[in-house]
Design a protein around this ligand. Structure first.
Ligand code: PLP
Length: 319
């Protein structure tokens, strides 16, 4: 039996994007609104946290510790979940602090999270471990939420998201979405197998190499499958990932993301974020222009959230 709390706003709607589709002269495009999952503006981490918070409770934890970038959506949603379920929360955040906290970082503070800032990413793992060990020594019973919530436990959220999709009775030939720590990707791959989704699952990399994603996502999906009673051995060949849209580096806003954010906003009134969904959508737009999808196919863009970052210093003045 896998423990799960129920606080996400599910099922998330599936909507048509006809004006985007005709602007691109492309296939039918749908969007699955996982930016509307609830919990502090929503996003893909809500589904994972339903399982992660339940596991923390089962273990008798009283504190949640996680790590990410200063504008991490994952950390914002973890901090909100911690507040909601009465955990202390400490976040190890990488990046240069400048002036007043904005966007996700501001929200972390509103949720009462304690911030440990690490200027250099190379120090992140060490500081995270020290923070965790100190919390243990202080008797705080911490629960470590891994980067992006992408443990086998977190992966459950997206395995069951495919079950939800299947029950919605909508046809899609492709799922296209941004992939980074791989938990969303692994969940969709596992859910595809478990619930008989016949289409393809294409992750557009935000920051990792295609090779790393194929290896990591297949291993994570295999490990997660064990929780459901029977191990399925996924191989790297079972995972579809593209890494040609992340060359600029994590969080770097280029003309491609800018165009995607403006095109979705301007044709559909739909907001993307500058780091994840903007980049994934830039990949989607490029693939449509190149004729990668057949005209009679239906492409479902799985919106993973992240919009608070639109208001972060550094993005709001350059988008
Ligand atoms: C975390 C995140 C992703 C990537 O999900 P992973 O499960 O870490 O691969 C995509 N989009 C947004 C908005 C995110 O916050």
């Amino acid at each position: 039996m896998i423990s799960r709390l129920r606080f996400a706003h599910l099922p998330t709607p599936i909507e048509e994007l006809p004006r985007l589709s005709s602007t691109l002269g492309g296939p039918r495009i749908l969007v699955k609104r996982d930016d509307q999952t609830g919990l502090a503006f929503g996003g893909n981490k809500t589904r994972k946290l339903e399982f992660l918070v339940a596991e923390a409770q089962d273990q008798g934890a009283r504190m949640m510790i996680s790590a990410g970038a200063l504008q991490s959506n994952h950390c914002r949603q973890t901090a909100a979940a911690a507040a909601k379920f009465g955990f202390e929360c400490t976040l190890v955040l990488t990046g240069q602090l400048t002036g007043q906290a904005s966007a996700n970082l501001l929200l972390d503070e509103l949720f009462g999270a304690k911030i440990v800032n690490v200027a250099d990413r190379a120090d992140r793992d060490r500081v995270l471990k020290e923070t965790f060990d100190k919390a243990v020594a202080d008797g705080k019973k911490p629960y470590l939420v891994p980067y992006g919530g992408s443990s086998p436990t977190g992966v459950m959220g997206y395995a069951f998201a495919v079950e939800e999709f299947m029950k919605q009775g909508v046809h899609a030939d492709w799922f296209v979405f941004g992939t980074s720590s791989g938990g969303t990707h692994a969940g969709l791959v596992l859910g595809q197998r478990l619930f008989g989704y016949q289409g393809r699952v294409l992750g557009i990399s935000i920051d990792e190499s295609e090779e790393w994603l194929k290896t990591h996502v297949s291993a994570l999906a295999s490990e997660a499958s064990e929780r459901l009673g029977k191990r399925i051995d996924f191989t790297p060949d079972d995972v579809l990932a593209m890494d040609q849209y992340c060359k600029a580096g994590y969080g770097v806003l280029t003309d491609a993301e800018r165009e995607a954010v403006r095109m979705f906003a301007g044709t559909e009134g739909l907001l993307l974020d500058p780091v994840y969904t903007g980049r994934a959508a830039a990949g989607l737009i490029d693939l449509i222009r190149k004729g990668f999808f057949k005209k009679d196919e239906t492409v479902l863009f799985w919106h993973t959230g992240g919009q608070p970052a639109l208001f972060a210093d550094g993005y709001s003045n350059s988008i």
